[in-house]
Design a protein around this ligand. Structure first.
Ligand code: ADP
Length: 580
């Protein structure tokens, strides 16, 4: 339904109003009538009108004044005004009407069709204007809505960006902190490594210098036999120290890098104690120190541990106790710990009556290359690595090494703890039991091995090494033949059935691995023992993988070499199976 449009008619004569209303009431318009300009203005307050038809001559406020009032009002100034004038009106009035803002004028008596047509035009204009205004408002509204949406979107995006930035910033902060920490760690590791290398080269250089210096002195033909023996002894002692330093460094690097393979086996505790007694008693006797092994309470007959490593730890701690004790005794006590409900540990307490260690020295005792008293090192040798290695090894075996107490000048007590693993118990062992075992071990202790008649092919490209090993073998009665590389070894083995082949690994032309693989491939089944420069687990494993029967680590120690040969030699009744 079309909306009714208001038309305002103003005339002081009601009859005129009625007449006008009668031909304007078409159904499309609602005609509002006022008998004065004042009333008209009041009606306009509440009603929007499309057009105003007003008489000119009216009392109080005539048509011109009414038009002026309308033009002065912002809300009303756009409404078209049609003046209704008498036929007698002066021309000047008409001009005045246009001047004030009338859009048209009609002369009375009014022609209904003319009035209707003119009003229809203004109503049409009004409708169009209202439509345009409505559309404009709608466009404006939708633009505003769009703007508001865009603004909200922008705010949302801004908030998101802010949040992402905060995250990012936090991550950058964290990453920076991580990187800084990693760098600090790497720097500290690098400093520690440099210090370690500096210490290591110093430790190596000292005995090396002695070896070189005394070797030069040995060249003097005028030396007395005593001087010669002293120099040789010095060279030997320093050579042994060098060898110990290198194997300790290797051990330390393995434990520090975590590449340490622990070989847990069920072993007899009595056997371990016997071996220790056998190995330490001589050292103690040489110094005139009493060494005793005591046990407290029940001890497990078998423990599950790496016997070799446990002995290495205890040898080092007991060895130190003997080394740093001038007179008195070293006592080794073994017991099971009984701390609450936790699984019991095996505890070794090594007490001596020696030099003792000051609190300052104790604080740095378990750091690499730390030696409390350098003059002692000069006197007894030592690498300053034993304690740190022992501690790490004991930790690998489920325990620790600690300095329990020490009084400078009166002695020290070190405690070695290990996890005994599954353990089967023995009856109480009296202190004497251990000593008995020690005595029995001492009775069968190191005897010279003779291997008379054994034939060995020694394959090595180093003439120094060849000379040394040949000497070690010949003095034990072994018949030695030589080859300089793997190829020569193959040729010789094909010509002669040696009892054992001793094979170096790194050689020109054909190395030890290649030669062994080739020999095993052609069905050679006699023992081939590798001479390796590295005591590394990987080297050991690759030796066995290539077909070697065993391996010996350089520097070659004569008793170790002879024991290995005896182990791999053909069975009795050959003379080399007998120990004299
Ligand atoms: P080293 O090979 O020099 O003995 P260690 O790491 O075994 O290396 O020992 C480090 C140092 O600790 C020794 O040089 C010595 O000064 C001190 N030390 C170790 N054990 C004892 C002990 N029982 N009595 C006195 N000092 C000891």
């Amino acid at each position: 339904m079309t909306e009714l449009i208001n038309i305002l008619i103003v005339d002081d004569k009601p009859t005129n109003l009625v007449a006008l209303e009668s031909f304007l009431c078409t159904g499309d318009y609602r005609v509002l009538s006022a008998t004065s300009a004042i009333e008209a203005l009041r009606l306009l307050e509440a009603n929007e009108c499309a057009v105003i038809l007003t008489d000119v001559m009216m009392p109080e406020m005539d048509g011109f004044e009414f038009a002026k009032a309308l033009k002065a009002d912002m809300r009303l100034r756009e409404i078209p005004i049609i003046f209704l004038t008498a036929m007698t009106s002066e021309v000047i009035d008409i001009y005045r009407a246009y001047e004030i803002g009338a859009v048209d004028y009609l002369q009375k008596p009014l022609e209904p069709e003319v009035v209707k047509a003119k009003v229809a035009v203004f109503v049409q204009l009004f409708r169009q204007r209202r439509l345009i205004k409505h559309q404009a408002v709608q466009i404006l509204e939708s633009e505003r809505r769009e703007q508001r949406f865009k603004f909200t979107e922008l705010q949302r995006k801004e908030a998101m960006t802010r949040k992402i930035n905060e995250e990012l910033e936090r991550r950058v902060d964290e990453r920076t902190r991580e990187l800084t920490a990693a760098k600090e760690l790497a720097d500290a590791a690098s400093v520690a490594k440099s210090t370690f290398l500096a210490n290591m080269s110093h430790e190596i250089r000292t005995p090396l210098g002695v070896v070189l210096g005394f070797s030069e002195l040995m060249a003097n033909p005028d030396l007395t036999s005593e001087e010669r023996a002293t120099y040789l002894g010095t060279i030997k002692r320093n050579g042994e120290l060098l060898s110990k330093i290198i194997s300790d460094i290797l051990d330390l690097s393995k434990v520090e890098s975590g590449q340490f393979a622990i070989d847990l086996q069920e072993v007899s505790l009595a056997n371990i104690l016997s071996d220790l007694t056998a190995l330490c008693t001589l050292q103690a006797q040489e110094k005139g120190i009493e060494l005793s092994f005591l046990s407290e309470g029940k001890l497990p007959a078998k423990i599950r541990t790496d016997a070799l490593r446990l002995k290495q730890i205890l040898l080092n701690i007991i060895g130190n106790a003997i080394k740093f004790t001038g007179e008195g005794c070293v006592e080794v006590k073994v017991r099971q710990s009984s701390e609450g409900r936790s699984p019991s540990k095996l505890v070794f307490e090594i007490a001596d009556t020696g030099l003792g260690i000051s609190p300052e020295q104790a604080a740095k005792l378990f750091e690499p290359f730390v030696q409390a008293d350098e003059s002692m090192t000069r006197k007894y040798g030592g690498t300053g690595l034993g304690l740190v290695i022992s501690k790490r090894l004991a930790q690998f075996l489920g325990g620790d090494v600690t300095l329990t107490e020490s009084v400078p000048g009166f002695g020290s007590t070190f405690t070695v703890v290990v996890d005994p693993g599954i353990a089967s118990m023995t009856e109480d062992t009296s202190p004497d039991d251990c000593s008995d075992v020690a005595q029995s071990i001492l009775a069968v202790a190191p005897a010279e091995v003779r291997l008379d008649g054994l034939t060995v092919l020694l394959v090595d490209d180093s003439s120094d090494n060849t000379l040394l090993v040949t000497h070690m073998l010949r003095t034990a009665g072994v018949a030695v033949d030589l080859a300089e590389n793997g190829q020569e070894a193959l040729d010789k083995v094909h010509q002669h059935p040696y009892d054992i082949v001793l094979m170096d690994l790194q050689m020109p032309i054909m190395n030890g691995y290649e030669a062994t693989v080739a020999l095993r491939k052609e069905g050679y089944h006699l023992p081939i023992i590798a001479l390796t420069a590295h005591a590394l687990k990987e080297v050991e494993e690759s030796c066995y993988a290539a077909g070697f029967s065993d391996h010996i680590t350089k520097p070659i120690v004569r008793p170790v070499l002879l024991r290995a040969l005896r182990q791999h030699a053909p069975p009795a009744p050959e003379p080399w199976s007998r120990a004299i």
